[in-house]
Design a binder for this molecule. Structure first.
Ligand code: ADP
Ligand code: CKP
Ligand code: MG
Ligand code: MG
Length: 305
């Protein structure tokens, strides 16, 4: 897989509550597409990351970490702007929910541009992946995604609409244009994002299936459903201690994509992917406990609910 996006350094509050009273933060490497890459690699396949980091301590931290996880970082470029960061406020004002607070405007990652998209590399991939975040961070990053999607027909997209980065109107216009011009093989979304994309419709599944072969609809703690070839399969969620829900969607998406790439049947891949996302909410950080197949199977053997 080739993933295009922005790697961010996450500073996760060690204590719950409003950030103005939090004194200690824990540092993690994050960013949706990087999370996807690590999940993808954990399940036994290769991922090349396309993006930019600052030539600073956080940029080196990100590259060394992802290299350690087995991601191919040889196409990541250094940029003169700083690596973007974000803070996570946990459990306030809504218990078990997290809020991301970004410091990323003008960041190295947002300077991703079409010249960074190596044509022969993208053409040679089995799958090209990106998200709504990369479409939102800058014009040049958006163009890079359009270019990469034009070079390879096997595409995957997670809507990941962040209303701190753009308006619902802009998100709708841009994402729908991308999907119309470059329909995808895998579309990962949820009902909230679907409503931004389609307006209030009774059933978003049918209209979205016009742009994808396989649709994953995440349903928060309840689990997720997959739609394909006129079929639907629901994988139930698990009741687990919730520390930080940020990253759970990427854990689910990255695990699913890797397993289907390995030849797993779609339904089994989703059952396993939901386990990956359930584990993800039990820790701070998005990538640290992305599981192997063996770990997922141990979970399934021992956890009953
Ligand atoms: P995203 O992180 O992209 O917004 P979701 O919030 O729907 O996506 O979470 C993705 C998956 O993570 C869900 O389908 C579910 O399996 C799991 N998950 C999310 N929240 C919880 C939770 N509170 N408890 C257990 N599992 C959860
Ligand atoms: O949808 P998820 O909670 O799985 O996404 C989490 C990531 O890239 C997180 O790492 C953060 O950096 C971000 O989404 C973002 O830009 O919001
Ligand atoms: Mg998400
Ligand atoms: Mg987490």
């Amino acid at each position: 897989m080739i993933a295009l996006g922005e790697i961010l350094i996450e500073l996760n509050a060690l204590s719950p509550g409003p950030l103005r009273h939090v004194s200690y933060f824990e540092k993690h490497v994050a960013g949706s597409e990087a999370n996807y890459c690590v999940a993808f690699v954990r399940l036994g396949n290769n991922c090349v990351y396309l993006g930019r980091v600052g030539e600073d301590e956080f940029g080196h931290n990100a590259i060394e970490w992802l290299r350690g996880k087995g991601v191919d970082v040889s196409h990541i470029k250094f940029d003169s702007s700083p690596t973007g960061i974000f803070f996570i406020q946990r459990d306030y004002p809504v218990p078990s929910q997290s809020e991301s607070i970004y410091y990323r405007k003008g960041s190295a990652g947002s300077n991703l541009n079409p010249d960074d998209v190596d044509e022969s590399l993208v053409k040679s991939a089995n799958l090209v992946h990106s998200t709504g975040i990369t479409l939102a961070i800058s014009e040049t990053a958006k163009e890079a995604v359009f270019k990469a999607f034009s070079l390879n027909e096997v595409r995957s997209f997670d809507t990941n609409i962040r209303l701190k980065l753009w308006t619902p109107e802009k998100a709708r216009e841009t994402i729908m244009r991308l999907l119309k011009v470059h329909p995808v093989k895998y579309l990962i979304t949820d009902r909230e994002d679907a409503e931004i994309l389609l307006g209030k419709v009774e059933d978003p599944v049918k209209p979205l299936m016009e742009y994808t072969d396989v649709l994953i609809m995440k349903e928060g703690p309840h689990g997720a459903s997959v739609y394909y070839e006129g079929r639907k399969h629901f994988s139930h969620g698990y009741s687990v201690p919730v520390r930080d829900v940020v990253g759970a969607g990427d854990a689910l998406g990255g695990t699913f994509l890797s397993l289907v790439t390995s030849g797993f049947p779609i339904e089994k891949a989703l059952d396993y992917a939901v386990v990956s996302s359930a584990l993800n909410v039990t820790i701070r950080g998005d990538q640290e406990n992305l599981p192997s197949i063996k770990d997922i199977e141990t979970f399934l053997e021992r956890v009953r609910n």
